[in-house]
Design a protein around this ligand. Structure first.
Ligand code: MN
Length: 161
C-alpha cells in the first residue's frame, strides 16, 4: 500500500469516529433551549404530590447499608412539589435551568446550575421550576427515619411571591 493511500484511510477512519461521537451526545431541542442532559428525563410523575408536569429518573435506591435514595427530577416551567418534609433532610443539587426552593418561614430562593442546598430534617419546604424555565435537580434523600411526609399544595400566590 502506498503512503498516500494509507494516509487517506487514516483520515477516513478519524472522520468516521468523530461522526459517531457527535451522534452519541444526547442533545435534545426543547423549545428554543438546547439541553445536554446528564441523566435521562425518566418517567412522568403521576402522583398528586406535584403541581404541573415533572419527570423522575431514579438513580440509586436506598438499601440497609446505604440508606440514601438518589433521583433526578425534571420540572417543566411552573411545576413544583407540594409542601413536604424529610425525616432526615435532603440534599438538592441543581443541574440546569432556573428553579425555586423555599422553606417554611423563609423567602423563596432561586436555584441555578451548580447550586447545592442542604434541607434540614423535618422542615416543610417545596422545590420546583421557575415560571419560564425548566429546572433539573438531583435529590439525595436519606430513608433512615422513614419516607417523605407530603403536605399541602403550593398555591399560585406562594409560588409567585
Ligand atoms: Mn424536598
Amino acid at each position: 500500500m502506498n503512503c498516500r493511500l494509507y494516509l487517506c484511510y487514516v483520515l477516513m477512519g478519524l472522520a468516521m469516529i468523530s461522526c459517531q461521537q457527535r451522534k452519541d451526545t444526547s442533545a435534545s431541542m426543547e423549545g428554543d433551549v438546547q439541553h445536554e442532559r446528564v441523566f435521562d428525563k425518566g418517567n412522568k410523575i403521576s402522583n398528586d404530590n406535584f403541581t404541573g408536569t415533572a419527570w423522575l429518573q431514579m438513580l440509586v435506591d436506598a438499601d440497609s447499608i446505604n440508606q440514601n435514595s438518589v433521583g433526578s427530577v425534571t420540572f417543566e416551567p411552573g411545576a413544583r412539589t407540594n409542601w413536604h418534609s424529610h425525616p432526615n433532610g435532603q440534599i438538592i443539587l441543581a443541574l440546569s435551568g432556573k428553579g425555586f426552593y423555599q422553606e417554611e418561614g423563609s423567602p423563596k430562593r432561586i436555584l441555578k446550575k451548580g447550586d447545592a442546598v442542604k434541607c434540614p430534617p423535618n422542615t416543610p419546604h417545596w422545590h420546583g421550576a421557575s415560571t419560564g424555565e425548566e429546572f433539573v435537580q438531583v435529590a439525595i434523600t436519606s430513608r433512615i427515619d422513614g419516607p417523605t411526609q407530603w403536605l399541602d399544595k403550593v398555591t399560585d400566590d406562594t409560588y409567585l411571591k
